[in-house]
Structure formats: C-alpha cells, structure tokens
Design a binder for this molecule. Sequence first.
Ligand SMILES: Nc1nc2c(c(=O)[nH]1)N[C@H]1C(S)=C(S)[C@@H](COP(=O)(O)OP(=O)(O)OC[C@H]3O[C@@H](n4cnc5c(=O)[nH]c(N)nc54)[C@H](O)[C@@H]3O)O[C@H]1N2
Ligand SMILES: Nc1nc2c(c(=O)[nH]1)N[C@H]1C(S)=C(S)[C@@H](COP(=O)(O)OP(=O)(O)OC[C@H]3O[C@@H](n4cnc5c(=O)[nH]c(N)nc54)[C@H](O)[C@@H]3O)O[C@H]1N2
Ligand SMILES: [Mo]
Length: 770
Amino acid sequence: MEEQKTPDLTPFTGPAGGWGSVRSLAEILPREQLGPVDLAQLARQNKPGGFQCVSCAWTKPAEYHPAEFCEEGAKATAWELTARRTTPDFFATHTLADLRTWSDYHLEEHGRLTHPLKYDPATDKYQAVGWGEAFDDIATRLKALDPKSTVFYASGRASLETSYMYALFARMYGHQNLPDSSNMCHESTSVGLKKVIGAPVGTCLLEDFDHCDLILFFGQNVGTNAPRMLHTLRSAKKRGCTVVTFNPLRERGLERFTDPQNPIEMATLGETQISDHYHQVKAGGDLAVLTGLTKWLVEADDAARAAGKPAILDHDFIAEHTTGFEDVAQHARSTSWDEIERNSGLTRLAIEQTARIYADAKATIGVYGMGLTQHVLGVQNVTSYVNLLLLKGNIGRKGAGTCPVRGHSNVQGQRTVGITEKTELAPVDKYRELYHFEPPTEKGHDTVSTCEGIIDGSVRAFIGLGGNFLRAVPDHRVIEPAWGGLDLHVQVATKLNRNHLFPAKANGATYLLPCLGRIEEDLDAQGNHKAVTMEDSLSCIHGSVGKVKPASPALLSEPRIVAELALRVVGDNPHVPWMAWAGDYGLVRDAIERTYPEEFKDFNKRLFTPGGFWKGNKAREREWQTESGKAQFTVPTKLSATGFDDEDGVWRLITLRSNDQFNTTVYGYDDRFRGIRGTRDVILMNANDIRERGLREGDLVTLESTVEDGVERKVENLRIHAYSIPLGCIAGYYPELNPLIALAHHAEESHVPAAKSVPVRILGPTGHAR
Ligand SMILES: Nc1nc2c(c(=O)[nH]1)N[C@H]1C(S)=C(S)[C@@H](COP(=O)(O)OP(=O)(O)OC[C@H]3O[C@@H](n4cnc5c(=O)[nH]c(N)nc54)[C@H](O)[C@@H]3O)O[C@H]1N2
Ligand SMILES: Nc1nc2c(c(=O)[nH]1)N[C@H]1C(S)=C(S)[C@@H](COP(=O)(O)OP(=O)(O)OC[C@H]3O[C@@H](n4cnc5c(=O)[nH]c(N)nc54)[C@H](O)[C@@H]3O)O[C@H]1N2
Ligand SMILES: [Mo]
C-alpha cells in the first residue's frame, strides 16, 4: 500500500476490534502473499505447544480462545511469514545511499533477508558473504578492540535462551554494555518499582482481573498496543468492574470494543464500553492527578477519623508494610487544588470523583504504559502511582496490584536473564560460581550513554540483536552521521531497516546477519523441532515452537549466531559449551535454572504449562526487597513530569504509535481508530488551538525543537488534523518525529527518552511561530 496522494482525515466512529479489524486484515494478509499453510499458523498462535506471538507481551491465558490472536498479532505474523524476499541480487542493484531515501515501510515491505551480507565501501553496496568468513572477521575485530568500547544491543524479541547466552558472552568478553529496548520503554518501571516495592516488574496475575472491582488506566493504548488485553477488560466489565482512564487523547480501544471472535457481538454490532470515566489529562500531568487523588483520600481519611467514622485508608497495611507515609500525606495536604488543576488540566471535581470511586473500591489494579514512563519525571510517575495503591493496601492482595503493560514479546524476560547494564541486576555471584570468571562490575552503557559514546567516539563497535536502534532513539540528525565513525557494525535481523544503512567507517566492517524468525522451524540434529521461551508482561514463561519452513535455507538461529561469535571470541570451556548449547536449548535452560534456581525451578519440565509458569514475585507476597525492607512511599518533587517550563508558543508534543505499526515497523499508512488514512505525516491538535493560532485543518506546518544547543531539530510538512486532545498538547507519530527529541531530554534515573512531552514550536505555513 502506497502513501496516498490525498490523505483522508475523517473521524472514525466504530468500536475497537469489530468489522474494522477484519477489514484491515483483509487488506494486509493478501499483500504478504501467504499460502494456506502460513495462514493456518494463526491457529497455533499463543497456545501451549504453538508459538508465542511476535507482537506484544500481553499474557497468554491457560483457557484460550479458538483463535488466540488479535488484528495486530495477525499482522505481525503475516509480516514475518511474507512470501517476499530481499536477496543479494536486490543489494547488487541498490547502493546504501539510494536505500537511505526509502521509507521505513518500503525497506521492510521488500521482504525477508536471505543471506549473510558484508558491506563493500568501494561500491556502497552489501554483498553476500559466507557465515564462517563473517564470524571469523567479526571475532578478530572484537578481539582487537577494548571490550569496554563495544556495545551489544538487544531489542526485546529474542528468546530467554538467546538472551542468556548473549549477556554471558558480553560479560565473559569483558563488558556489560547491554542496552535493551527496555531503556526506551519500561526502564522507568524497572527503576521505580524496584526502589519502592523491591521488584522491578508488575505484581498482577491474570486471575486478579477476575477479582478487581476497579481498573485504573494511565497512558496505555490497549486497543492498538495490547489488543488481546481487551478480552480481559471485556470480561471484567461484564462482571461490573469499573474502568477509569487518564489519557490526553481519546483512544477508541479505551472507549468501546467489539470482540471480533464473538459472532453475536459481530452480527448485532454489539459492543462493550471499556472506560466508565475518561479524563483527558495534559501530557505530563499525571503527577498532579496522582497528588490530587492522594490529597482527597488523605484529607477525607483525616476527616472521617476525626469524626469517629471508619478510616478510608488501610492504616494497618501502612503501619506494617510501608515507610514514608506521613511525608507523602503532608505533601498532598499542602498542595493546593489550584496547582493540581493547573498542572493536570483537569477539574478538582473530576479528580475527586475518581478518588471517591477508588475509596469505595475493594480491589484496584493500576495499569499503565508509555504515557507514564516516557517523561523526564517518568520514574516519579511510577512511584507516585504506587503511592496511590499503597494507601489502600492494593499490592499483594487478590484482585489488586500494579500492572505495567510491557512492549516487546520478551523484553521483560531479557532483563530477567541478564541483559542489563546494571550490576545489581546481573547474577554476578552465579557467574563466578558456575563459569569461573570475574564478571565486570562497572555500570555498562544504556541507550542514552551508547548514543553519547557513538557521538564522542568512545563507542567503537555496535552489535544489534534485532531492533532498529538508530531509528528508535532520539536526535537522528546527530546520531546518524556519528554512526560512520564506528570500527564495527553488526546487525542480526529478519528484515532490512534504516539502521542497516549506516555502515561503520571505510576501514572498519559492517555485517548484516539474517536469522530465523520465531515462527520458523529450528531443527536439532535429529530433525526434531526445538523450542524457545519468553516471559510475558505478567511474569509467566511460555515455550514456543516454530513450524514454518524458513524464509531461506541460509538462515541461522539466533542462539547459533551468538554461539558462533562467542566461541571465536571467548572460546569454549567445559562450563560454557557454546556449540552444544546452540544444538540443544534444553541445556541453556538448565544453565538458566542453575543461575536462577527459584524462578526457573524445573524449567525444562514446565515449558508448556498452559498459561505459562509464573516465575514468582516477592512483592506479591508482601515481602519487600527494598533498602528499608518495606514498601516505600515517595514524595514527588514536582507536579508536572515534562521537565520544562510552560511558555506561550511552547507545545507539548506526544510521539506515539498508529494502529498500523509495530514500533519502527510500519505496516501501512492508516490509523483507523484515529480516523487517519494514507499518511503518517500529521499533527493531532485541539480544534480550538487550531483556530486560535490562525491555522486551519489540513494546513502543512513545521515543528521545531525549542532546545537551543546549536543543533537544528526540525520536521517539515506535517498536516494539521483536529483531534480530541487537551489545549497546548499536540501528538504525532514515532519514529518520524524522533529528530525533534534532543538526546538530553530523557528521564531522570531511568534515562528513558522523554518521548511523551517534547518541547516544540509550531511554524505555520508562512513560517511564523504559533
Ligand atoms: N500494534 C502494536 N503493538 C505494540 C507496539 C506497536 O508499536 N504496535 N509496540 C510495543 C511496545 S515496544 C510497547 S512499549 C507498547 C507501547 O504501548 P503504549 O504504552 O500504549 O504506548 P504508546 O502508543 O506510545 O502510547 C501510550 C498512550 O499514552 C498516552 N499518553 C501520552 N502522554 C501521556 C501522559 O502524559 N499521560 C497519560 N496518562 N497518558 C499519556 C497516549 O495518548 C497513548 O494513548 O506496545 C507494544 N505493542
Ligand atoms: N519518539 C519515540 N521513540 C520511541 C518510542 C516512542 O514511543 N516514541 N518508543 C520506544 C520503545 S517503547 C521501544 S521498545 C523502541 C523500539 O526499538 P527497537 O526494538 O530497536 O525497534 P523495532 O522497531 O521493534 O525493531 C524492528 C526490527 O527488528 C528486526 N526483527 C524483527 N524480528 C526479529 C527477530 O525475530 N530477530 C531479530 N534478530 N530481529 C528481528 C527487524 O529487522 C525489524 O526491522 O523504540 C523507542 N522509541
Ligand atoms: Mo517498548
């Protein structure tokens, strides 16, 4: 599907799911030219013994639907199984300079990579290379470099087995520069939750959604980014559970849903209303909302107790399990409603209404996503959300808890098995005990410091295990040119993307290594299908078996690629038999079990437990592995999470995903729920703001960063689209708008780029700032 000449911006009136979802699939599936065998794969998706969807990380239930996939999952499967191929012949006719003019959509749409490739600077083209030659050369170059000057990135999709091997390889080689897509995503969760409840992940299980009577939803767009969760929400709603949403944009998936798998709903155009109350908070205004909720609850509790009435807060829980309550209560009491209203963009009435609902609820789940984590004060968003839950003992209790909705299908799992730049999260003692080497303990590079290192030249080599790092990070115009200073650039990938088009320096080396996708068969020496595993958003671990013929006979599995490199760089030893591991992933699972005996007990036996096996979480049992040994209330330092001051003409830009993309993978140019067809170059803006600033719907404008550091950050030709969004906030698509985000604009502590409030100016058609 080409970008349309005349984009269509007509509001969408249907529900999430429903016939719109069936129609969208009917457009996309034939384009990938899938045969009946490939389509039959959809029936195996997310079931025990089948394969785990390569799209989002939402949990897979033990009692599954006949078709346990959603529109987005089906698109992701089709995208991987496509009949199209990007072969060495293709590269023989295209220079990288030429390919850099292609869109993200066209690069990936061309199809699966089929052969290992090496870049030839003389012709500016990739050429086929043998696997052995590629591994030997990469290993020789790595051995010549200081390990600390190299970075091993991972994008959140590779299995637990691959990830464990990759992290071990990095540390045996001598570094823990192991940034992960998590650094751009839920790192604010991992840092925030670890600090205040002692566990870096959410505390809920699927069964909690059967027992809660309130679900709060902050900054997560479930209809597009975790659609299978709509089934969970629909069941909760049918039971009478209340859902209250805080989101600047009106998101269709949070409003209403028609279950495409329910024939009656489909035939009668029936639908489930998801949110009972929908509050359009200003981008970055959640700290004010959370402080406001706390204020009402604390003051109502003060008053109730003074009048001899039952308390509103759970004082027994607070006394036994927490510290810091009085400071948070005092902060809330002394914050004025004026400040809260100004910073949240919501009325006192709206916040009080939610506080009352929360006060009356017996068990509350706090769901959230990128709307909280991708802010300068993203960690405080997370810890303030926990404050609210702690007030009523809503952690470690049936039907209650914190529920961050993760992104990539194994992003949480990669962190679990050692892909982390932080020593305190790495199994350092186990590495010593099991493998007899001294692991590095100096903090490694995260995403932001990797970019800084590439810019200042201290990072000399980049290995990417999946992903599209250069496109996912901020500040493209600064980092793209700096990339050419690397000595070594290696990418393990399934499809061509823009990051692959930026080679290392001329006397360095650049390799593109194609790997098997998760849905493809990976056979052992006896011809049996091998299984790999992933961890979902609710900490459940599932086996996954691919059964489709690989896109090309030349592809290698990810564990094999990691093993071949590790073998050549750090060598084999009796404790770490790389090639034996690559031949039998059961051995890697044994190694994972030895490293994490509690979480992965009987790993190989529990591989195909329906619904996955839960790896456990002490916070769920109210055992707090924090500094104080208690759950920690934390006073927020500000009421706005944006990290910049309001000023006339400075807009808060939200960068987010459409319904037709998976991160930098663009499936098409439509965003059905937001009424956008045929373009991604849009800015969503409040109709009153459009009018007041002398603009008109459909006008083409330029956005410009307000950061003054000598770098020009501009994106031109963006079409104005009137949308239900708060005054002063605008929204548009990632990754097209990433050139507007300064690298320094990232979260305190977690370093997640602050993609949900980017300070920008709007230059109208005449070039004047609005
Ligand atoms: N189909 C599909 N599925 C995906 C992905 C995909 O690209 N496509 N990506 C995967 C990945 S890696 C991730 S991390 C997840 C991301 O899933 P989400 O967490 O849903 O991420 P976004 O789409 O970036 O936007 C989140 C929501 O936050 C809202 N928001 C923005 N600013 C604020 C704010 O200040 N406060 C509040 N309360 N809300 C705000 C936005 O309006 C939007 O609805 O999805 C995963 N699943
Ligand atoms: N402005 C802005 N920037 C953002 C965000 C935002 O909301 N706003 N979101 C951030 C978030 S949450 C994330 S997670 C990052 C995402 O950043 P990344 O994870 O780096 O990017 P993806 O787009 O998911 O990577 C897509 C590529 O992965 C490769 N791939 C696909 N499947 C496989 C596989 O099985 N194996 C291997 N080896 N490769 C595979 C393909 O070649 C494909 O081109 O972006 C971040 N950047
Ligand atoms: Mo993500």
